[in-house]
Design a protein around this ligand. Structure first.
Ligand SMILES: C[S@@+](CC[C@H](N)C(=O)[O-])C[C@H]1O[C@@H](n2cnc3c(N)ncnc32)[C@H](O)[C@@H]1O
Length: 341
């Protein structure tokens, strides 16, 4: 984490309305490397990160976000893909390879480290209004898929309560100071009924279930809670017409139309009969990292920081949000915050 550690050091650096990147980068954006470009266009010249610059409009604020359990900053990718101009982006994350990905793609982000260390003092030292608190706590201790799960009150399961604590503190502050505050919490859909009911009680909401199969050629059934309209109105799931072939590297052919849930384990790519998903020159093969990146809604090479092995890249992707899912849930924020025109 090194030089980015100090919260206060970074907080004074963003005068309202100031562009976060140098003027040079505008040209790069015009070249076609923008969040909204089709995936393959973004790859033409190698992915170099997103832009948040653009013309000012009205009196809308830039959106300041805190992303708890940020992983590889899928929330930031979704916000910028929506054209929302992000002022400050605070993250809580302990995984070093994830933090390297964050540093590469959100160079102005402020890394706050372990969520358990986000005390009221630390939160008070954030002197800008936080408009969005988003996060999905680790689900390994909670998922029915894990026979050794420890539940909500031990292991990583209990980090759920840190989300509640931080979110409630920031919500109270926003109410007191009178600015818009949105929150979104994500977790696996494979929860025991008792765990789900306890989570609902603490979040004071019931979740909405969204599966990435609406947007990608893979399943990822997830619950989302929050105070966004997208999470409080009944939802009609969309139908996705994309198939695995649409996400593959050149010269490779899909052996299946769609995939199950990709996890940190490479074997999760196999179909119910154990078959591998892709064929290359007639030989069955696992997905490449770039294929997984596209399936999750990232541009190819997004997790390549030069220091991260393929198995680590696969693991951090296997824990990530599916970007188009988060994008659809956050869409209404385009009406509240500055957007690129
Ligand atoms: C389910 S993943 C969320 C990934 C993220 N939503 C994304 O899109 O990449 C949970 C994340 O919580 C992180 N984590 C685990 N313990 C943590 C802690 N004490 N403080 C902050 N983050 C933690 C893990 O490293 C992991 O990246």
């Amino acid at each position: 984490m090194g030089r980015r550690r100090g919260v206060r050091r970074c907080l004074t650096k963003a005068p309202k309305g100031t562009r976060w990147y140098g003027a040079k980068k505008k040209g790069r954006q015009q070249k076609g490397v923008t969040p909204d470009s089709p995936i393959r266009e973004q790859e033409e010249d190698g992915f170099r990160g997103f832009e948040t610059s653009g013309p000012m409009q009205g009196d809308r604020p830039l959106l300041n976000c805190i992303s708890l359990f940020d992983g590889i900053s899928a929330a930031y990718v979704a916000l910028t893909a929506l054209g929302i101009r992000v002022g400050q982006y605070f993250t809580s994350e302990i995984c070093e390879p994830c933090r390297r990905v964050q540093e590469r793609h959100v160079p102005f982000g402020v890394q706050l480290g372990c969520i358990e260390q986000l005390t009221e003092d630390v939160l008070d030292s954030i002197q800008v209004p936080i408009h969005l608190c988003i996060g999905g706590s680790p689900c390994a201790s909670l998922s029915r898929v894990n026979p050794a799960r420890q539940g909500l009150h031990s292991g990583t399961g209990k980090l759920f309560f840190d989300f509640i604590r931080v979110k409630n503190y920031l919500l109270r502050r926003a109410e007191r100071e009178g600015y818009p505050f949105y929150w979104c919490f994500e977790n696996t859909k494979h929860l025991d009924a008792a765990v789900l009911s306890e989570m609902n009680r603490h979040l004071r909401e019931s979740p909405v279930a969204v599966c990435s199969s609406e947007f990608s050629a893979m399943k990822r059934p997830r619950y989302f809670w929050g105070n966004l309209k997208s999470l409080s109105t009944p939802r009609v799931p969309g139908k996705c017409c994309l198939v695995l072939d649409d996400f593959l590297d050149h010269g490779r052919t899909a052996l299946v139309k769609t995939l199950g849930t990709l996890t940190t384990n490479q074997e999760s790519q196999r179909g119910p009969g154990g078959q591998l998903p892709v064929s290359e020159r007639g030989v069955p093969s696992y997905l490449s990292i770039t294929e997984i990146e596209r399936l999750f809604g990232f541009p190819a090479h997004y997790t390549d920081t030069g220091l991260t092995s393929n198995s680590t890249r696969r693991a951090i992707l296997g824990r990530s949000f599916c970007v188009p899912v988060v994008k659809v849930l956050l869409e209404e924020l385009r009406l509240v915050f500055q957007i690129n025109e």
